[in-house]
Design a protein around this ligand. Structure first.
Ligand code: NZQ
Ligand code: ZN
Length: 395
Protein backbone atom coordinates (compact mmCIF):
# COMPACT_ATOMS: atom_id res chain seq x y z
CA UNK A 1 0.00 0.00 0.00
CA UNK A 2 1.04 3.60 -0.48
CA UNK A 3 1.77 5.08 2.91
CA UNK A 4 3.21 8.00 4.84
CA UNK A 5 5.36 7.50 7.90
CA UNK A 6 6.10 10.21 10.43
CA UNK A 7 6.84 9.46 14.05
CA UNK A 8 8.02 12.65 15.77
CA UNK A 9 8.73 11.13 19.19
CA UNK A 10 12.32 11.69 20.28
CA UNK A 11 13.47 8.35 21.68
CA UNK A 12 16.15 8.16 24.36
CA UNK A 13 16.84 4.49 25.03
CA UNK A 14 19.07 2.60 27.40
CA UNK A 15 19.91 1.52 30.92
CA UNK A 16 20.60 4.45 33.22
CA UNK A 17 18.88 7.09 31.08
CA UNK A 18 16.36 7.88 33.85
CA UNK A 19 19.01 10.16 35.37
CA UNK A 20 18.41 12.53 32.43
CA UNK A 21 14.74 13.10 33.19
CA UNK A 22 15.21 16.58 34.72
CA UNK A 23 17.30 17.85 31.84
CA UNK A 24 14.85 16.40 29.28
CA UNK A 25 11.68 17.73 30.90
CA UNK A 26 13.14 21.21 31.47
CA UNK A 27 13.29 21.67 27.68
CA UNK A 28 9.51 21.32 27.51
CA UNK A 29 8.12 22.98 30.62
CA UNK A 30 8.61 24.48 34.05
CA UNK A 31 5.88 22.65 35.96
CA UNK A 32 5.27 18.97 35.38
CA UNK A 33 2.28 16.83 36.22
CA UNK A 34 3.70 13.42 37.14
CA UNK A 35 1.12 10.73 36.43
CA UNK A 36 1.56 7.35 38.14
CA UNK A 37 -0.36 4.11 38.67
CA UNK A 38 -1.19 2.12 41.78
CA UNK A 39 2.09 2.69 43.58
CA UNK A 40 4.84 0.50 42.04
CA UNK A 41 6.99 3.53 41.20
CA UNK A 42 6.70 4.76 44.77
CA UNK A 43 7.61 1.38 46.25
CA UNK A 44 10.69 0.84 44.06
CA UNK A 45 12.11 4.36 44.41
CA UNK A 46 11.65 5.46 40.80
CA UNK A 47 9.26 8.27 41.71
CA UNK A 48 11.71 9.80 44.21
CA UNK A 49 14.53 9.63 41.66
CA UNK A 50 12.38 11.47 39.11
CA UNK A 51 11.36 14.18 41.57
CA UNK A 52 14.99 14.71 42.65
CA UNK A 53 16.18 15.02 39.06
CA UNK A 54 13.37 17.48 38.25
CA UNK A 55 14.24 19.55 41.29
CA UNK A 56 17.86 19.75 40.16
CA UNK A 57 16.63 21.03 36.80
CA UNK A 58 14.34 23.63 38.43
CA UNK A 59 11.16 21.91 37.28
CA UNK A 60 8.38 22.02 39.88
CA UNK A 61 5.92 19.19 40.30
CA UNK A 62 2.23 18.33 40.70
CA UNK A 63 0.99 14.77 40.97
CA UNK A 64 -1.84 12.56 39.75
CA UNK A 65 -1.48 9.09 41.22
CA UNK A 66 -3.78 6.08 41.15
CA UNK A 67 -4.24 5.42 37.43
CA UNK A 68 -5.73 1.94 37.35
CA UNK A 69 -4.95 -0.87 34.86
CA UNK A 70 -7.48 -0.42 32.03
CA UNK A 71 -7.45 3.31 32.83
CA UNK A 72 -10.80 4.95 33.39
CA UNK A 73 -12.22 8.09 31.92
CA UNK A 74 -13.03 9.31 35.43
CA UNK A 75 -9.29 9.22 36.20
CA UNK A 76 -8.53 11.09 32.98
CA UNK A 77 -11.01 13.81 33.97
CA UNK A 78 -9.43 14.05 37.42
CA UNK A 79 -5.89 14.31 36.03
CA UNK A 80 -6.80 16.99 33.49
CA UNK A 81 -8.37 19.01 36.27
CA UNK A 82 -5.23 18.76 38.39
CA UNK A 83 -3.12 19.86 35.41
CA UNK A 84 -5.35 22.91 34.95
CA UNK A 85 -5.59 23.81 38.64
CA UNK A 86 -1.84 23.50 39.07
CA UNK A 87 -1.00 25.34 35.82
CA UNK A 88 1.16 22.49 34.56
CA UNK A 89 2.85 22.91 31.19
CA UNK A 90 4.18 19.37 30.64
CA UNK A 91 3.02 15.86 31.60
CA UNK A 92 5.32 13.02 32.65
CA UNK A 93 3.76 9.57 32.28
CA UNK A 94 5.67 7.37 34.72
CA UNK A 95 4.27 3.85 34.52
CA UNK A 96 2.91 1.16 32.22
CA UNK A 97 0.64 1.51 29.22
CA UNK A 98 -2.30 2.44 31.41
CA UNK A 99 -0.48 5.43 32.89
CA UNK A 100 0.85 6.49 29.50
CA UNK A 101 -2.56 6.24 27.82
CA UNK A 102 -4.32 8.14 30.61
CA UNK A 103 -1.60 10.82 30.48
CA UNK A 104 -2.03 11.31 26.75
CA UNK A 105 -5.75 11.93 27.05
CA UNK A 106 -5.24 14.19 30.08
CA UNK A 107 -2.77 16.19 27.98
CA UNK A 108 -5.37 16.68 25.25
CA UNK A 109 -8.24 17.22 27.71
CA UNK A 110 -6.26 20.12 29.16
CA UNK A 111 -7.19 22.15 26.06
CA UNK A 112 -10.69 20.76 25.55
CA UNK A 113 -13.75 22.24 27.21
CA UNK A 114 -15.99 19.25 26.53
CA UNK A 115 -15.88 15.79 28.11
CA UNK A 116 -12.70 13.84 27.19
CA UNK A 117 -14.87 10.76 26.51
CA UNK A 118 -15.84 12.59 23.28
CA UNK A 119 -12.31 11.81 22.06
CA UNK A 120 -12.60 8.07 22.59
CA UNK A 121 -14.05 6.40 19.55
CA UNK A 122 -17.05 4.41 20.74
CA UNK A 123 -19.31 4.43 17.73
CA UNK A 124 -20.42 8.08 18.01
CA UNK A 125 -20.97 9.77 14.62
CA UNK A 126 -18.64 12.70 15.30
CA UNK A 127 -15.76 11.75 17.58
CA UNK A 128 -13.68 14.73 18.65
CA UNK A 129 -10.13 14.29 17.34
CA UNK A 130 -7.86 16.44 19.51
CA UNK A 131 -5.42 18.78 17.79
CA UNK A 132 -3.65 20.21 20.84
CA UNK A 133 -2.13 18.59 23.89
CA UNK A 134 0.35 19.48 26.58
CA UNK A 135 3.82 18.09 25.81
CA UNK A 136 3.97 14.47 26.95
CA UNK A 137 7.14 12.78 28.21
CA UNK A 138 6.73 9.02 28.56
CA UNK A 139 8.85 7.02 30.98
CA UNK A 140 7.65 3.42 30.64
CA UNK A 141 8.15 1.04 33.56
CA UNK A 142 6.72 -2.00 31.77
CA UNK A 143 7.50 -3.32 28.28
CA UNK A 144 4.26 -4.13 26.47
CA UNK A 145 2.09 -1.60 24.71
CA UNK A 146 4.54 0.61 22.82
CA UNK A 147 2.41 3.54 23.96
CA UNK A 148 5.64 5.41 24.81
CA UNK A 149 6.27 6.03 21.11
CA UNK A 150 2.90 6.00 19.41
CA UNK A 151 -0.12 8.24 19.04
CA UNK A 152 -2.74 5.93 20.51
CA UNK A 153 -4.45 5.70 23.87
CA UNK A 154 -7.01 3.20 25.14
CA UNK A 155 -9.48 4.29 27.82
CA UNK A 156 -12.34 2.52 29.61
CA UNK A 157 -15.72 3.84 30.61
CA UNK A 158 -16.80 1.89 33.65
CA UNK A 159 -20.37 3.17 33.49
CA UNK A 160 -21.13 2.25 29.88
CA UNK A 161 -18.84 -0.84 29.89
CA UNK A 162 -16.92 0.40 26.89
CA UNK A 163 -13.19 0.37 26.24
CA UNK A 164 -11.84 1.98 23.13
CA UNK A 165 -9.16 4.16 21.60
CA UNK A 166 -8.21 7.58 20.34
CA UNK A 167 -5.48 8.24 17.82
CA UNK A 168 -4.25 11.75 17.08
CA UNK A 169 -0.99 13.35 15.94
CA UNK A 170 -0.90 15.60 19.02
CA UNK A 171 -0.74 12.51 21.24
CA UNK A 172 2.71 11.48 20.06
CA UNK A 173 4.93 11.95 23.10
CA UNK A 174 7.56 14.65 22.64
CA UNK A 175 10.11 12.37 24.26
CA UNK A 176 10.12 8.72 25.22
CA UNK A 177 12.74 8.25 27.91
CA UNK A 178 13.12 4.49 28.02
CA UNK A 179 15.28 2.96 30.72
CA UNK A 180 14.96 -0.85 30.74
CA UNK A 181 16.27 -0.96 34.33
CA UNK A 182 12.87 0.36 35.40
CA UNK A 183 11.22 -2.83 34.17
CA UNK A 184 13.31 -5.13 36.38
CA UNK A 185 10.69 -4.99 39.16
CA UNK A 186 7.83 -6.09 36.88
CA UNK A 187 6.45 -9.41 38.19
CA UNK A 188 6.61 -12.56 36.10
CA UNK A 189 2.96 -12.55 35.02
CA UNK A 190 2.99 -8.95 33.79
CA UNK A 191 6.30 -9.59 32.02
CA UNK A 192 4.72 -12.51 30.19
CA UNK A 193 1.64 -10.48 29.28
CA UNK A 194 3.92 -7.78 27.90
CA UNK A 195 5.63 -10.33 25.66
CA UNK A 196 2.24 -11.57 24.47
CA UNK A 197 0.99 -8.02 23.84
CA UNK A 198 3.98 -6.99 21.76
CA UNK A 199 3.86 -10.18 19.68
CA UNK A 200 0.14 -9.65 19.07
CA UNK A 201 0.76 -6.08 17.87
CA UNK A 202 2.95 -7.58 15.19
CA UNK A 203 0.77 -10.55 14.30
CA UNK A 204 -2.25 -8.30 13.73
CA UNK A 205 -0.46 -6.50 10.88
CA UNK A 206 1.24 -9.65 9.64
CA UNK A 207 -1.95 -11.66 9.23
CA UNK A 208 -4.48 -8.94 8.44
CA UNK A 209 -2.38 -6.87 6.07
CA UNK A 210 -2.22 -6.83 2.30
CA UNK A 211 -0.07 -9.26 0.28
CA UNK A 212 3.34 -8.34 -1.07
CA UNK A 213 5.01 -6.87 2.02
CA UNK A 214 8.25 -8.90 2.21
CA UNK A 215 10.24 -6.37 4.24
CA UNK A 216 7.42 -5.83 6.74
CA UNK A 217 7.05 -9.61 7.04
CA UNK A 218 10.72 -9.98 7.90
CA UNK A 219 10.56 -7.11 10.39
CA UNK A 220 7.55 -8.73 12.04
CA UNK A 221 9.20 -12.14 12.15
CA UNK A 222 12.33 -10.53 13.66
CA UNK A 223 10.27 -8.96 16.43
CA UNK A 224 8.41 -12.22 17.12
CA UNK A 225 11.57 -14.35 17.18
CA UNK A 226 13.36 -11.82 19.39
CA UNK A 227 10.46 -11.71 21.83
CA UNK A 228 10.25 -15.52 21.89
CA UNK A 229 13.99 -15.79 22.55
CA UNK A 230 14.42 -13.05 25.16
CA UNK A 231 10.96 -12.96 26.73
CA UNK A 232 11.37 -16.28 28.59
CA UNK A 233 14.77 -15.09 29.88
CA UNK A 234 13.23 -11.90 31.28
CA UNK A 235 10.48 -13.98 32.89
CA UNK A 236 12.95 -16.50 34.36
CA UNK A 237 15.19 -13.80 35.83
CA UNK A 238 13.67 -10.34 36.19
CA UNK A 239 17.11 -8.88 36.92
CA UNK A 240 18.50 -10.00 33.55
CA UNK A 241 19.06 -6.52 32.20
CA UNK A 242 20.00 -7.68 28.73
CA UNK A 243 16.76 -9.66 28.42
CA UNK A 244 14.75 -6.73 29.80
CA UNK A 245 16.44 -4.45 27.25
CA UNK A 246 15.73 -6.68 24.25
CA UNK A 247 12.09 -7.13 25.24
CA UNK A 248 11.63 -3.41 25.77
CA UNK A 249 13.08 -2.51 22.40
CA UNK A 250 10.92 -5.18 20.75
CA UNK A 251 7.82 -3.73 22.40
CA UNK A 252 8.58 -0.25 21.06
CA UNK A 253 9.35 -1.37 17.53
CA UNK A 254 6.22 -3.53 17.48
CA UNK A 255 3.83 -0.59 17.68
CA UNK A 256 5.60 2.62 16.73
CA UNK A 257 4.25 2.41 13.20
CA UNK A 258 7.35 1.04 11.52
CA UNK A 259 6.67 -2.71 11.32
CA UNK A 260 3.09 -2.34 10.13
CA UNK A 261 3.75 0.57 7.74
CA UNK A 262 1.99 -0.01 4.43
CA UNK A 263 0.35 -3.26 5.49
CA UNK A 264 -3.04 -1.71 6.18
CA UNK A 265 -4.00 -4.43 8.64
CA UNK A 266 -6.98 -4.28 10.97
CA UNK A 267 -6.76 -5.16 14.67
CA UNK A 268 -9.61 -7.66 15.11
CA UNK A 269 -8.01 -9.52 18.03
CA UNK A 270 -7.45 -6.25 19.89
CA UNK A 271 -10.95 -5.00 19.19
CA UNK A 272 -12.55 -8.17 20.55
CA UNK A 273 -10.24 -8.13 23.59
CA UNK A 274 -11.07 -4.53 24.41
CA UNK A 275 -14.73 -5.48 24.68
CA UNK A 276 -13.90 -8.35 27.02
CA UNK A 277 -11.76 -6.18 29.28
CA UNK A 278 -14.47 -3.50 29.32
CA UNK A 279 -16.85 -6.03 30.88
CA UNK A 280 -14.44 -8.06 32.98
CA UNK A 281 -11.49 -5.73 33.76
CA UNK A 282 -9.01 -8.45 32.79
CA UNK A 283 -5.38 -7.76 31.90
CA UNK A 284 -5.27 -6.74 28.23
CA UNK A 285 -2.75 -9.33 27.06
CA UNK A 286 -4.28 -12.14 29.11
CA UNK A 287 -7.32 -11.61 26.88
CA UNK A 288 -5.15 -11.45 23.76
CA UNK A 289 -3.45 -14.75 24.63
CA UNK A 290 -6.85 -16.43 24.66
CA UNK A 291 -8.33 -14.81 21.56
CA UNK A 292 -5.35 -14.66 19.22
CA UNK A 293 -4.81 -18.42 18.67
CA UNK A 294 -8.56 -18.93 18.29
CA UNK A 295 -8.76 -16.09 15.76
CA UNK A 296 -5.70 -17.48 13.93
CA UNK A 297 -7.39 -20.86 13.44
CA UNK A 298 -10.45 -19.11 12.01
CA UNK A 299 -8.36 -16.90 9.68
CA UNK A 300 -6.03 -19.72 8.58
CA UNK A 301 -9.00 -21.54 7.18
CA UNK A 302 -9.65 -18.57 4.88
CA UNK A 303 -6.06 -17.76 3.97
CA UNK A 304 -3.63 -20.55 4.90
CA UNK A 305 -0.64 -19.15 2.96
CA UNK A 306 0.41 -16.54 5.50
CA UNK A 307 -0.03 -18.99 8.37
CA UNK A 308 2.11 -21.53 6.52
CA UNK A 309 4.80 -18.87 6.17
CA UNK A 310 4.48 -18.18 9.93
CA UNK A 311 4.79 -21.91 10.75
CA UNK A 312 7.85 -22.31 8.57
CA UNK A 313 9.70 -19.14 9.48
CA UNK A 314 8.88 -18.93 13.18
CA UNK A 315 8.80 -22.60 14.13
CA UNK A 316 10.88 -24.18 11.36
CA UNK A 317 8.07 -26.49 10.22
CA UNK A 318 8.11 -27.88 6.68
CA UNK A 319 4.97 -27.46 4.58
CA UNK A 320 4.04 -29.49 1.52
CA UNK A 321 3.04 -26.22 -0.19
CA UNK A 322 1.62 -22.75 0.50
CA UNK A 323 -1.88 -24.16 1.11
CA UNK A 324 -0.84 -26.83 3.62
CA UNK A 325 -3.51 -26.14 6.26
CA UNK A 326 -2.19 -28.89 8.56
CA UNK A 327 1.18 -27.16 8.72
CA UNK A 328 -0.53 -23.79 9.30
CA UNK A 329 -2.51 -25.25 12.20
CA UNK A 330 0.58 -26.89 13.69
CA UNK A 331 2.27 -23.47 13.69
CA UNK A 332 -0.68 -22.00 15.56
CA UNK A 333 -0.59 -24.89 18.07
CA UNK A 334 3.11 -24.20 18.67
CA UNK A 335 2.38 -20.51 19.16
CA UNK A 336 -0.36 -21.28 21.65
CA UNK A 337 1.98 -23.66 23.47
CA UNK A 338 4.57 -20.88 23.69
CA UNK A 339 2.02 -18.55 25.28
CA UNK A 340 0.96 -21.26 27.73
CA UNK A 341 4.61 -22.03 28.48
CA UNK A 342 5.34 -18.46 29.57
CA UNK A 343 2.30 -18.49 31.84
CA UNK A 344 -0.45 -16.86 29.79
CA UNK A 345 -4.00 -18.19 29.93
CA UNK A 346 -5.26 -19.73 26.69
CA UNK A 347 -8.93 -20.38 27.55
CA UNK A 348 -11.69 -17.94 28.46
CA UNK A 349 -12.59 -20.16 31.40
CA UNK A 350 -9.20 -19.33 32.96
CA UNK A 351 -10.38 -15.69 32.94
CA UNK A 352 -13.71 -16.77 34.47
CA UNK A 353 -15.58 -15.81 31.32
CA UNK A 354 -18.34 -18.14 30.13
CA UNK A 355 -20.67 -18.14 27.13
CA UNK A 356 -23.61 -16.27 28.65
CA UNK A 357 -22.73 -12.89 27.11
CA UNK A 358 -20.91 -13.93 23.97
CA UNK A 359 -23.46 -12.40 21.61
CA UNK A 360 -23.25 -9.12 23.53
CA UNK A 361 -19.44 -9.08 23.21
CA UNK A 362 -19.72 -9.56 19.45
CA UNK A 363 -22.39 -6.89 19.07
CA UNK A 364 -20.54 -4.37 21.22
CA UNK A 365 -17.31 -4.91 19.31
CA UNK A 366 -19.10 -4.28 16.02
CA UNK A 367 -20.89 -1.24 17.40
CA UNK A 368 -17.54 0.36 18.18
CA UNK A 369 -15.79 -0.52 14.96
CA UNK A 370 -17.01 -1.90 11.65
CA UNK A 371 -16.35 -1.52 7.96
CA UNK A 372 -18.96 -0.28 5.47
CA UNK A 373 -20.62 -3.69 5.48
CA UNK A 374 -21.06 -3.96 9.23
CA UNK A 375 -18.13 -6.37 9.69
CA UNK A 376 -15.09 -6.14 11.93
CA UNK A 377 -12.15 -4.98 9.75
CA UNK A 378 -9.49 -7.62 9.23
CA UNK A 379 -8.61 -10.36 6.85
CA UNK A 380 -11.14 -11.80 6.46
CA UNK A 381 -13.62 -9.21 7.77
CA UNK A 382 -15.60 -10.79 10.63
CA UNK A 383 -19.35 -11.01 10.90
CA UNK A 384 -21.11 -11.18 14.25
CA UNK A 385 -21.36 -14.96 13.77
CA UNK A 386 -17.60 -15.19 13.10
CA UNK A 387 -16.78 -13.31 16.31
CA UNK A 388 -19.11 -15.55 18.29
CA UNK A 389 -17.48 -18.65 16.75
CA UNK A 390 -13.98 -17.44 17.63
CA UNK A 391 -15.03 -16.74 21.22
CA UNK A 392 -16.85 -20.08 21.55
CA UNK A 393 -13.76 -21.89 20.29
CA UNK A 394 -11.79 -20.17 23.07
CA UNK A 395 -14.11 -21.16 25.93
O1 NZQ B 1 -0.17 0.62 38.71
P1 NZQ B 1 1.19 0.19 39.20
O2 NZQ B 1 1.30 0.14 40.68
O3 NZQ B 1 2.29 0.96 38.56
O4 NZQ B 1 1.34 -1.37 38.78
C1 NZQ B 1 1.27 -1.80 37.43
C2 NZQ B 1 -0.04 -2.54 37.12
O5 NZQ B 1 -0.54 -3.18 38.25
C3 NZQ B 1 2.31 -2.86 37.23
N1 NZQ B 1 3.63 -2.30 36.93
C4 NZQ B 1 3.97 -1.43 35.94
N2 NZQ B 1 5.29 -1.18 35.98
C5 NZQ B 1 5.79 -1.89 37.03
C6 NZQ B 1 4.73 -2.59 37.64
N3 NZQ B 1 4.91 -3.39 38.73
C7 NZQ B 1 6.15 -3.48 39.22
N4 NZQ B 1 7.22 -2.85 38.67
C8 NZQ B 1 7.09 -2.05 37.58
N5 NZQ B 1 8.17 -1.46 37.03
O6 NZQ B 1 1.83 -3.60 36.13
C9 NZQ B 1 0.41 -3.62 36.15
C10 NZQ B 1 -0.13 -3.40 34.76
O7 NZQ B 1 0.18 -2.10 34.31
P2 NZQ B 1 -0.51 -1.53 32.98
O8 NZQ B 1 0.03 -0.17 32.74
O9 NZQ B 1 -1.99 -1.68 33.07
O10 NZQ B 1 0.02 -2.57 31.87
P3 NZQ B 1 0.32 -2.40 30.33
O11 NZQ B 1 1.59 -1.65 30.11
O12 NZQ B 1 0.24 -3.75 29.78
O13 NZQ B 1 -0.86 -1.47 29.77
C11 NZQ B 1 -2.12 -2.01 29.49
C12 NZQ B 1 -3.07 -0.96 28.96
O14 NZQ B 1 -2.61 -0.42 27.71
C13 NZQ B 1 -3.64 -0.58 26.71
C14 NZQ B 1 -4.36 -1.80 27.18
O15 NZQ B 1 -5.62 -1.94 26.58
C15 NZQ B 1 -4.45 -1.56 28.68
O16 NZQ B 1 -5.47 -0.66 28.99
N6 NZQ B 1 -3.03 -0.62 25.37
C16 NZQ B 1 -2.51 0.51 24.88
C17 NZQ B 1 -1.97 0.58 23.61
C18 NZQ B 1 -1.40 1.83 23.05
N7 NZQ B 1 -1.56 2.96 23.71
O17 NZQ B 1 -0.80 1.84 22.00
C19 NZQ B 1 -1.96 -0.57 22.72
C20 NZQ B 1 -2.21 -1.86 23.41
O18 NZQ B 1 -2.65 -2.79 22.47
C21 NZQ B 1 -3.19 -1.80 24.54
O19 NZQ B 1 -4.53 -1.86 24.09
ZN1 ZN C 1 -2.12 -4.68 22.75
Amino acid sequence: MNFEFHNPTHLIFGAGTLSRIGEVVSKHGKKALIVTGGGSVKRNGTFDRVVASLKNANVSVAECSGVEPNPRITTVRRGAQIARNEHCDVIIALGGGSVMDASKVMAAAFYYDGDPWDMIYHGQPDPYIPTHALPIITVPTLAATGSEMNMGAVISNEESKEKSFVQAECLYPRVALVDPELTMSVPKDQTAYGVCDLITHVTEGYFNGVDGTPIQDRFAEGVILTAMEWGPKAIADGNDLEARTQVQWASIVALNGWVNAGTNGGYPVHMIEHTLSAYHDITHAAGLAVINPSWMRFAADHRPQKFVQFAERIFGLKATGPHDLDCALQGIDRFEAFLKGIGCPTRLSELHIDDTMITRYAQDTLRIIHDGNGNLPGRPPMTEANIIAVLKAAL
